[in-house]
Design a protein around this ligand. Structure first.
Ligand SMILES: Cc1ncc(COP(=O)(O)O)c(C=O)c1O
Length: 400
């Protein structure tokens, strides 16, 4: 008999937060650990956004706001969705929450009944399956492969859908792989959804602006307008605007669903931080010129990491289209032994040994539902990346 709820036993704590915590502990103990685990840009929040927050505080905008966002932010989100995605939404179709995480969680809580299934392509962002479980649903994992650059094929989607499927959670560019679906690739998936009118799509567009080479971002309701009525388009300011700590995410969708999400938020956290909302208004309405400038830096880092990891015997590292992650396979290293005597029999063993024996923190692939791989976040300085990838090269070279 335990005091804790049975629901809690269905979920596990976030492994990415666990890795970041472990790396921080080792650092505090004096070890020269380089963390490639955290999913946040190393850039500072742009000054105009900080100024807007200070102005909001000075003007006394420090009280409760409407539960799911101030009208000014909802307007700015509608304008953004029109400008960037060609999507028409009215303010009563917008919900603002405390980060993209709360938005996704609210939507699942608002819609799932016991037994409802949610199709999640793997590799997936760690929180999707656990959020579905917390909301009482059943995650159905649809595995993509490295051979298809970690992208789900229409056949794989078709095979995962049953009469109980309520949602497909779609994420492009992806955490953890950086894979971005082209318009044609996405259209092939929306064609499958058109054959299954009971399935809705929750699209997590958090990495929309982090796209490299000639990759053009697209989102389901834009690619297949007939899906508009059963799409929840989710996004936020955390990644593109280096605002992870401000905690603002948003969604656009059918009025009834948005109202249901508001009801949940009204009985849990109420409004997201008032000051952060005013900062987000400036992020979305203000100058956007630093987005491509940041992408030049991220692309350079991606190329550096891909080339250094690809040079390792036993590692295969596809080149991702976006986000700030790479997801190399270590299939060629399985079965080898480290100088300290650790057998690399899984990606978890690899990541643990890499941290303990080479002072580099990465997240093991099993956490994201596809092994044997590991995730590197390259949202850190070129110098740290060079040193870390050099350590990974030396670590792998010493395996026997
Ligand atoms: C794919 C994806 N969606 C959502 C989020 C959550 O973003 P936020 O920090 O705004 O809650 C993250 C953060 O890591 C993410 O990687």
């Amino acid at each position: 008999m335990t005091f804790l709820s049975a629901t809690l036993s269905r979920v596990k704590p976030s492994p990415t937060i666990a890795v970041t915590t472990k790396a921080a502990e080792l650092k505090a103990a004096g070890r020269d650990v380089i963390g490639l685990g955290a999913g946040e840009p190393d850039f500072d929040t742009p000054q105009n956004i900080k100024d807007a927050a200070v102005a909001a505080i000075t003007a006394g905008k420090t009280k409760y706001t409407p539960v799911d966002g101030i009208p000014e932010l909802k307007q700015a989100i509608c304008a953004k969705l029109k400008r960037d995605n060609g999507l028409d939404y009215a303010p009563n179709q917008i919900s603002v929450g405390t980060g993209g995480k709360q938005i996704l969680y609210n939507a699942l809580m608002a819609t799932l009944n016991p037994g409802d299934e949610v199709v999640i392509p793997a590799p997936y962002w760690v929180s999707y399956p656990d959020m579905v479980l917390l909301a009482g649903g059943e995650p159905v994992i649809a595995p993509a492969t490295l051979e298809n650059n970690f992208k789900l094929t229409p056949d794989q989607l078709e095979a995962a859908i049953t009469a109980k499927t309520k949602w497909l959670i779609f994420n492009s560019p992806s955490n953890p792989t950086g894979a971005g679906y082209s318009r044609d690739e996405l259209k092939a998936l929306t064609d499958v959804l058109m054959r299954h009118p009971h399935v809705w799509v929750m699209t997590d567009d958090m990495y929309e602006h982090l796209a490299y080479d000639d990759f053009t971002f697209c989102t389901p309701a834009e690619v297949e307008p007939a899906l508009y009525e059963r799409t929840l388009t989710c996004n936020g300011v955390s990644k593109a605007y280096a605002m992870t700590g401000w905690r603002i995410g948003y969604a656009a969708g059918p009025v009834e669903l948005i109202a249901a999400m508001r009801k949940i938020q009204s009985q849990s956290t109420s409004n997201p931080c008032s000051v952060s909302q005013w900062a987000a208004v400036e992020a979305l309405n203000g100058p956007q010129d630093y987005l491509p400038e940041n992408n030049v830096i991220f692309q350079r880092r991606r190329d550096l990491v891909v080339s250094m990891l690809s040079a390792i015997d036993g590692i295969t590292c596809p080149v991702p289209e976006g986000a700030f992650y790479v997801y190399p396979s270590i299939a060629g290293l399985i079965g080898k032994t480290t100088p300290a005597g650790t057998v690399i029999d899984s990606d978890e063993a690899f990541a643990t040994a890499l941290l303990e024996e080479a002072d580099v923190a990465v997240v093991f692939g099993a956490a994201f539902g596809l092994s044997p791989n590991f995730r590197v976040s390259y949202a850190t300085s070129d110098e740290a990346l060079k040193t870390a990838c050099g350590r990974i090269q030396d670590f792998c070279a010493a395996l026997t």
